[in-house]
Ligand binder design. Structure first.
Ligand SMILES: [Zn+2]
Length: 224
């Protein structure tokens, strides 16, 4: 049987719990992409440097997590660039070469929301994609993801997820049950899995254990 691959992504990094989660992942030999908020990197850059030295990939998750449909193009650019500089600084301080520039929108809002009065629909989203591409942002090669809707997003410069563990809105018992019953997790497609850094280290490790018990092996995508 084909091995199902999970590409682990953690959003809203860093927090005071990040290091314990990273150490847990290191002990299990599990790689991950950490989508960091600029404002949080500012407060805890040492954790980000630690993560880089341990081989984790740092992605950009905006500066302070706005809805990109609700801000101007100018503000969107600033959110991306400000955080990009902080990530650059962290890689420099870690003495590690930054291999790839990855971006994930807060709330998955690409800027094409229903805020027509503020911003002409779709135009904004297209322009943000252009800004990302100009700065060198792109998707790595997530292979083996077979969902039809995902294929439509392959040309975008940002990184989406295909399975959200929803640990921020459900009690752990329900999170685990949801994973057990998820059509996506139970499918043959590989998945980009999202967990947030707000979760406690205990919740975090229980989710990972559950995913492993479902036959998932965690890998990094091809960054080339
Ligand atoms: Zn977020």
């Amino acid at each position: 049987m084909k091995q199902k691959i999970g590409y682990l992504t953690i959003d809203d990094v860093p927090t005071r719990c990040t290091k314990r989660k990273l150490d847990y992942l290191i002990s299990k030999n599990i790689p991950a992409i950490l989508f960091c908020r600029g404002e949080l990197i500012r407060k805890k850059i040492n954790i980000v440097i630690y993560a880089i030295k341990k081989g984790f990939i740092i992605g950009n998750h905006s500066y302070n997590h706005p809805n990109f449909s609700k801000i101007s193009l100018e503000e969107a650019k600033e959110q991306i660039e400000k955080t990009d500089k902080l990530i650059e600084e962290a890689y420099k301080k870690a003495g590690v070469k930054r291999q790839i520039k990855l971006f994930r929108f807060p709330f998955g809002d690409k800027g094409n929301g229903d805020f027509e009065k503020l911003i002409p629909k779709n135009k904004h989203a297209k322009e943000i994609q252009k800004i990302l591409k100009k700065l060198g942002y792109r998707q790595p090669k997530f292979t083996g993801i077979t969902y039809r809707w995902y294929k439509k997003l392959k040309k975008d410069a940002d990184v989406v997820w295909t399975f959200d563990s929803c640990e921020y809105e459900l009690p752990l018992r329900k999170v685990l049950k949801r994973i057990d019953e998820s059509p996506r997790i139970n499918s043959k497609s590989n998945d980009i899995i999202l967990i947030h850094d707000f979760s406690t280290p205990k919740t975090f490790s229980k989710i990972i254990e559950k995913l492993i018990s479902k036959g998932i092996k965690f890998k990094l995508p091809n960054l080339k």
